[in-house]
Design a protein around this ligand. Structure first.
Ligand code: ZN
Length: 384
């Protein structure tokens, strides 16, 4: 049995408050391959992924005790104790850090320049040797950083856990949504397609060719793509499948979903060879991947009450009214309603329902469409 659990301490930010910490579980032998890294609740008030891990952890404990771990699996059930503590006005506020208003899933380090500096010259024709060199250099670069505050410390320490993994799954959720994935085009078809099938994703959206944003997943996955772009003569595989898994909506925390999601994660771990056992045949894919540039996003044009006309999961047509913003002080009935229409055909996979108040620019819905939309191209990748 190789299971260990440990704590990562974060610096105390105010006198008398003590310091927060993360709990890390490791299964299998240190350094065994494949290495899979799983974390949940980076945005703090997104707990369906933590619920899936709640059901997965005892399964991994059992597998470890029975000697069935083949690779190494690292699990951080709640990766953001800073965000977890943000209780304001009897509400739990996640997503943004209150100290600097930073989105918890942005501004993660891009290690590509530091790795290029260290080992770029030595990357040659031996892919396995290159992968080992890159991982070593990335860990060394992280080891030389000296973060000061708790958020910086969290980001550096978490990357130390994930940066050398073969698979990184960052478990998030939307507000009211179907299970969907944000991936890199470089992983589809291929590793991400297997993941989408095993997890039962209803929609998969790809960044083309890889995320340009500074999300946690980009820090882990795009590292390889950026190095491959920079050193085209070197044999550099996409050595890390890094995916943002959106486990439906914020309220979807229950035993039925948690247990089913854990079983699907275990099946994927078996298929990847991290845990011994037969995963069974790969389930049929529920949806082909679609480009993020084909994802229509509805933003409220004005303030008022937000009311939906369409349920999540429905196929919609361009121009169809998805929701309305209603001016409560306008006495004209239907004329007081400003319709918000679909900008393209596709699957309404998420509704950003977090209260019924609309304000200008508030996100209201997301539609996965098969083709890039003129009004979406060039806006950069959106991956939570
Ligand atoms: Zn999130």
């Amino acid at each position: 049995m190789a299971y260990t659990t440990s704590r990562i301490e974060l610096p105390a930010m105010t006198p008398g408050s003590g310091g927060r910490h993360l709990v890390v579980h490791r299964f299998g032998q240190l350094g065994a391959r494949p290495k899979v890294y799983l974390q949940a609740a980076l945005h703090a008030n997104e707990l369906p992924g933590a619920m899936a891990l709640h059901h997965l952890l005892p399964m991994l404990l059992k597998a470890d005790a029975a000697g069935r771990m083949r690779g190494e699996v690292v699990v951080v059930p709640t990766v953001n104790p800073i965000g977890l503590s943000q209780l304001v006005g009897n509400r739990h506020l996640g997503r943004y850090e209150q100290l600097g208003r930073d989105n918890f899933n942005r501004n993660w380090l891009d290690l590509a320049p530091a790795v290029a500096e260290r080992v770029g010259e030595r990357l040659g024709a031996d892919a396995a040797a290159n992968v080992a060199r890159v991982r070593e250099a990335a860990l060394a670069a992280l080891g030389e950083l000296h973060p000061l505050n708790e958020l910086q410390t969290l980001r550096v320490e978490v990357l130390k856990l994930s940066i050398d993994a073969d698979v990184v799954l960052d478990l998030h959720c939307d507000l009211d949504a179907l299970l969907h994935l944000f991936i890199s085009r470089r992983d589809w078809p291929g590793a991400a397609e297997v993941l989408a099938a095993d997890l039962g994703a209803e929609a998969t959206l790809y960044n083309d060719p890889y995320p340009q944003s500074s999300t946690f997943v980009a820090a882990n996955g795009a590292l390889w793509a950026k190095l491959a772009d920079r050193f085209p003569a070197a044999a550099l595989p996409q050595a890390c499948l890094a995916v943002t898994v959106e486990y439906r909506g914020q309220q979807d925390v229950n035993h039925a979903l948690g247990a089913a999601d854990a079983a699907r994660l275990m099946r994927f771990l078996q298929r990847r060879g991290a845990v011994a056992g037969r995963p069974g045949p790969l389930p049929a894919l529920k949806a082909e991947a679609t480009p993020i540039a084909g994802m229509d996003r509805g933003y409220c044009p004005c303030s008022g009450m937000l009311v939906y006309r369409v349920a999540k999961g429905e196929r919609v047509r361009k121009g169809q009214v998805i929701c309305e913003v209603i001016d409560p002080s306008d006495p004209r009935g239907p004329a007081a309603r400003t319709p918000m229409r679909a900008g393209g055909d596709g699957l309404l996979f998420a509704r950003q329902v977090d209260g019924t108040l609309a304000w200008p620019g508030k996100g209201a819905f997301s539609i996965a469409g098969p083709k890039p939309l003129a009004h979406r191209v060039g806006l950069g990748s959106l991956d939570d």
